[in-house]
Write a protein that binds this ligand. Structure first.
Ligand code: GLA
Length: 331
């Protein structure tokens, strides 16, 4: 038996949503909170207990149907086991200071921490791809690679410009005095699975007309005959540009420009990509009117969930201020 401890952080996506699944750009950062898996590797069972939630996992080294495992959080573990086909087991405790269901990608953090604890030693992109497939198999949602790669590539004090076409990234410093605040809308993501899949399929349908959205111009977008597909594509093309502009604004600490990009991103996700909800829109409007708030947008998959704001320190005391922390690692 070998002692092992692995940590994987959650993430918040500053800007660049629903761009990863068409090989686009995102600007996430790993947060300092995350999931820790601590125990011993060896034997031929995966046995896990959690200090954060109920239930335990006891799995063989081969799993065929992760989506059928109970309790539901164990499906993400089973997804990793199914993808990694480990040669030895794990007997460990999972602890977490990452609030679950708070939009900070607790499922990706769990997948990545388990993958590292099981001894996955490939490069970060290969581990992220494995965890992405595990998430897809566990949840049935055809997610992109954003959450898993952000957890693995996280860099203290920095956000990451993620290029999901090449799976490469570039760290951009987050100024110490710029506050990044996450606020949950209180609305759980109803129908997230099917609606996410529908949006992804609509992006693919748009690409059938004009080729990869990553390389498309707004002129190309205008040539798409179907108005719904046109709006979906317009979101992706403009959002990719907003990621480039936001990275530039962050690098020179231009808060006003960054805030405007956040506001534009929210409108695009609301009106063109249609992944916001009236509850989230009302929250965005309320937070946006507070003094010291530069910009607010829905973040992540949408259909409820969280918003992220860039603010002066202390402007939104009811939200959760997050700082960029280190990426996933074994200790
Ligand atoms: C979810 C998915 C990610 C990404 C975001 C939207 O978090 O897991 O892959 O598509 O939605 O940006």
């Amino acid at each position: 038996m070998t002692d092992v401890t692995a940590f994987a952080p959650g993430r918040v996506n500053l800007i660049g949503d629903h761009t990863d699944h068409t090989g686009g750009l995102c600007l996430p950062m790993a947060v300092s909170m995350g999931v820790t898996v601590s125990g011993r590797r060896g034997g031929d069972r995966i046995r896990l207990r959690s200090t954060a939630t109920h239930g335990a996992v006891d799995l063989p080294l081969r799993v065929d149907d992760p989506a059928g495992i109970e309790p539901p959080w164990a499906r993400y573990v089973a997804g990793i086991v199914a993808e990694a086909a480990p040669s030895e087991g794990l007997d460990a405790v999972i602890s977490s200071d990452l609030p679950m269901g708070a939009g900070l990608s607790s499922s990706a953090a769990l997948e990545v921490a388990i993958a590292l604890a099981l001894g996955c030693d490939d490069d970060p992109v290969a581990v992220a791809q494995r965890c992405q497939r595990a998430e897809q198999r566990a949840s049935g949602v055809p997610c992109g690679i954003l959450d898993q790669l952000a957890s693995l590539a996280g860099t203290t004090g920095h956000a990451l410009v993620l290029d999901c076409r090449t799976n490469t990234w570039r760290p951009v410093p987050v100024p110490d005095t710029l506050e990044i605040v996450v606020v949950h809308s209180g609305q759980e993501r109803a129908l997230a699975g099917s609606a996410y899949a529908e949006r992804r399929a609509q992006c693919e349908a748009a690409e059938a007309h004009i080729g990869p959205l990553r390389g498309a111009t707004l002129g190309d977008v205008d040539s798409i005959p179907d108005p719904v597909l046109r709006r979906r594509a317009r979101h992706v093309v403009t959002e990719n540009q907003r990621v480039r502009d936001a990275a530039d604004a962050l690098a020179v600490d231009d808060r006003s420009a960054l805030g405007t990009l956040f506001d534009d991103s929210h409108r695009s996700l609301r009106d063109d990509f249609e992944v916001s909800t009236p509850v989230v829109d009302a929250l965005v409007d309320r937070l946006r009117s507070a003094p010291g708030v530069h910009g607010v947008r829905i973040t992540g998959g949408g259909f409820g969930g969280c918003v992220v704001a860039v603010t002066e320190p202390g402007a939104l005391p009811d939200g959760r201020a997050v700082r960029p922390g280190p990426g996933a690692h074994r200790r």
